[in-house]
Design a protein around this ligand. Structure first.
Ligand code: HEM
Length: 161
């Protein structure tokens, strides 16, 4: 009896052989396949490059759409506060700080937009703050540093080459 005839007889006599053959083919294909069978294609985790922002660039990160990230400047540092979207999003209580240098507003505990330096003007030097205001600002900075990722530095337009 030839090999073909033997196999045919085996398959006819025991249908379980069909299942075992299929399983064997699947195992062999899994080992030989260049991309592991059934595994999702690997993707690189999202990365953020630490960089310098001038006020106009920071303004882009104001969370205006659900996909837009939210960055806040405080004491010359830029933090990614996107995970606090409920605070800083367009409808959040602190949305006025989104995409802005929030230093003076946080120092003075003020939501007033007039307190924040317009984005086309040089960065706030904060030199006139009182001792209490500086303390308040430092406390806020420590809060942000402990909770959010530092993503860059806030610099004047003139500092960028
Ligand atoms: C009416 C008085 C205020 C009340 C009742 C209030 C209440 C709150 C509450 C409940 C939180 C959430 C805290 C947490 O879960 O971590 C919060 C966060 C915050 N508050 Fe106020 N707040 C007030 C005034 C202010 C003022 C005047 C400022 C500054 C201008 C301010 C700035 C912030 C900021 C920046 C956060 C979010 C911090 C973060 O991202 O973790 N709040 N506030």
């Amino acid at each position: 009896m030839s090999l073909q005839e033997t196999l045919l007889t085996q398959f006819q006599e025991n249908p379980l052989n069909w299942f075992l053959s299929g399983f064997l083919i699947y195992v062999i294909y899994s080992y030989l396949s260049p991309v592991p069978y059934n595994l999702p294609v690997a993707r690189h985790a999202e990365t953020t490059v630490f960089r310098e922002y001038i006020p106009k660039q920071l303004r882009e990160y104001d969370g205006r759409t659900p996909q837009t990230k939210i960055y806040i400047g405080i004491c010359g540092n830029v933090f990614d506060v996107t995970k606090g979207r409920n605070f800083y999003g367009p409808d959040g209580p602190y949305g006025n700080f989104a995409g802005r240098d929030a230093s003076r507003g946080l120092a003075k505990n003020s939501f007033d937009m007039d307190v924040l330096t317009p984005i086309d003007q040089p960065l706030d030097t904060l030199e006139d703050l009182t001792r209490d205001e500086i303390e308040s600002l430092n406390d806020w900075h420590a809060h942000f540093a402990g909770k959010y990722q530092l993503v860059g530095k806030l610099v004047n337009d003139s500092d960028v080459l």
